[in-house]
Design a binder for this molecule. Structure first.
Ligand code: ACM
Ligand code: ZN
Length: 544
């Protein structure tokens, strides 16, 4: 009798699930794949007996990710096997890991084909990265449901629009521990991002161990207090700081690489260097004294370009970082470097700059240190206007115009205009209820979504220089990892579609439906996200 009852309730439950479609996969995901062809026939049923086939043990890591994702979504812990079956199997293959037609930072082709029929799910990557993205697509297509999942037959062929799909995190203004950095990388992977731009140094803290110059972290990683609000006259007088050991940085690089993400480290030079100057005051034009920044904005004190010790320091830093970060591009900062100290400094004015600007001279001195390590420089767009040569990649942040100009001059370019890509800006003009950026800009999800990274004036021949797009997460007002999540989600979803999906397929209304489903995944992972698009979800509301 008991058994019959269980079967009866089991059938009821199954019918209910089928009726509501809660156990059906949907391929309407973010970012939207380029081609989704729903085919005829019976669906595939994923259940506890489904196996995952890999023909090459090198693919075990990709298979393990899929096991983890399916377990999270359905509760089934699937077996990985090297035995090919004709039924009830997900088959993972890489067609040919030949690296033709890819552009940095792609290491292998990111194209994939995902096909589903009643017997098999097949994910074929053109490279191992492609397989990874096919797995992400399957992951996002699955509903959160405990039990069997019905996958309608389909053929998806997909490839990214841009090679470079980046997210930046400022770990200087506030320090986020290595566990959070890895967690952030997980969020990037979910959104098909492939570059993590790690902003490691700024006026308010130096965050990476440099063994040859230990004061950078002994002194420079700590500030004695933080201004309250946006540069009020009130200081909290609470020490804040921290840094990543080289071992931890190695871990981050490895962790990212497993997820097909390149870590581009940034050491911001020659401005935004109060933490360096506090550690080594002799490297400034005035000799100090200096203090690690408590306030936000731009400081007049910068590295003295007429002091040979500055170049020794920079060379040592590059030497050490090049053993940690395999990225061919290193970010040298270059933004917001005022000239007032240089103009007044006898040492700076004694050097023969060969007609270059102060900053141009500095850049020309440090780029060869990178080249000696087989690396190239990427910098904020100020380096374009201070005379960097066309080998340097330009990160266009003061709008898209600097990027268009740089591309026309033969520079590679990453677009990250403040108008669309500054995720420290608030997401709503409901200022009273916004947590993060008092007085800052305003960028909605829809605004992010509307970005076209290739300006109209960029012609077809120059187009290849636009590597892609990135958003920046400046952390002046982000004290916790949860705040980083809130500020970046769901805007990262909008950015991922700007970066991945061809523009003719973009449609905000359609995106809204898909991102609404995406938030179910956010909730299942307990990722904080902004709810302005879903006001009905803002819980715990007071009457104001
Ligand atoms: C920047 O926002 N200062 C690059
Ligand atoms: Zn000087």
């Amino acid at each position: 009798m008991m058994k019959i009852r269980i079967i009866f309730f089991g059938i009821m439950l199954m019918n209910q699930l089928l009726a509501t479609g809660q156990n059906r996969a949907s391929y309407q995901i973010v970012p939207l794949p380029q081609h989704i062809e729903e085919t005829q026939g019976a669906p595939f049923t994923l259940n506890a007996q489904t196996t995952i086939y890999i023909g090459d043990e090198l693919l075990i890591r990709e298979a393990d990710f899929l096991v983890e994702y399916i377990h999270h979504k359905t509760g089934h812990l699937l077996e990985v096997t090297d035995k090919k079956e004709k039924n009830n199997q997900i088959q993972l293959t890489v067609k040919a890991d030949n690296n033709t037609d890819i552009q940095w930072p792609q290491e292998t082709s990111e194209d994939y084909r995902l096909s589903i029929n009643k017997n098999l799910v097949t994910i074929e990557g053109k490279g191992s990265a492609g397989l990874f993205y096919g797995i992400q697509t399957l992951r996002k297509s699955l509903p959160m449901t405990k039990g069997e999942v019905v996958l309608p037959p389909v053929v998806i062929t997909d490839s990214p629009r841009f090679a470079y799909r980046g997210m930046h995190l400022d770990c200087s203004r506030h320090f986020f521990d290595v566990e959070f950095v890895k967690h952030f990388i997980d969020i990037l992977a979910y959104h098909n991002m492939n570059v993590f731009h790690w902003h490691l140094t700024d006026d308010q803290g130096w965050r990476i161990e440099i063994k040859s110059h230990p004061r950078l972290t002994e002194i420079g990683a700590w500030r004695s207090g933080t201004v309250l609000g946006h540069n009020s006259d009130l200081d909290d007088s609470i020490p804040h700081g921290g840094y990543y050991t080289q071992d931890e940085a190695h871990q981050v690089v490895r962790y990212a690489r497993e997820r097909h993400i390149t870590v581009v480290p940034e050491v911001d030079l020659p401005g935004h260097t109060k933490a360096v100057l506090t550690s080594y005051p002799e490297l400034g034009c005035t000799g100090g004294p200096y203090e690690v920044g408590h306030r936000w904005g731009v400081y007049a004190d910068v590295l003295c370009i007429g002091n040979p010790k500055v170049y020794d320091l920079v060379r040592d830093i590059i030497d050490e970082l090049s053993t940690i970060f395999p990225s061919p591009l290193f970010h040298i900062g270059g933004d917001e470097a005022p000239t007032v100290r240089w103009e007044a400094c006898p040492k700076c004015n004694a050097v023969d700059r060969h007609g270059m600007t102060y900053q141009g001279y500095f850049t020309s001195k440090i780029v060869p240190f990178l080249e000696a390590k087989g690396r190239r420089a990427i910098g904020w767009d100020e380096i374009l206007y201070t005379g960097a040569d066309s080998n340097t990649t330009i990160m266009s942040w003061r709008g898209s115009e600097p990027g268009a100009e740089a591309a026309a001059k033969g520079h590679d370019v990453v677009m990250t205009p403040t108008s669309h890509c500054y995720f420290d800006y608030r997401q709503s003009d409901d200022v009273l209820h916004e947590p993060a950026y008092p007085g800052g800009g305003f960028i909605t999800v829809e605004k992010v979504y509307s970005l076209e990274p290739v300006p109209q004036k960029v012609d077809e021949a120059t187009r290849k220089h636009i590597l892609g797009v990135q958003a920046n997460t400046w952390a002046e007002h982000l004290q916790t990892g949860g705040m980083v999540e809130y500020m970046t989600l769901p805007r990262m979803a909008a950015l991922s579609e700007v970066a991945w999906t061809q523009p003719e397929k973009k449609d905000y209304k359609d995106f809204f439906k898909r991102v609404t489903r995406t938030t179910e995944d956010y909730e299942s992972y307990h990722w904080q996200y902004a709810r302005h698009l879903w006001p009905e979800r803002r819980n715990n509301q007071s009457l104001e």
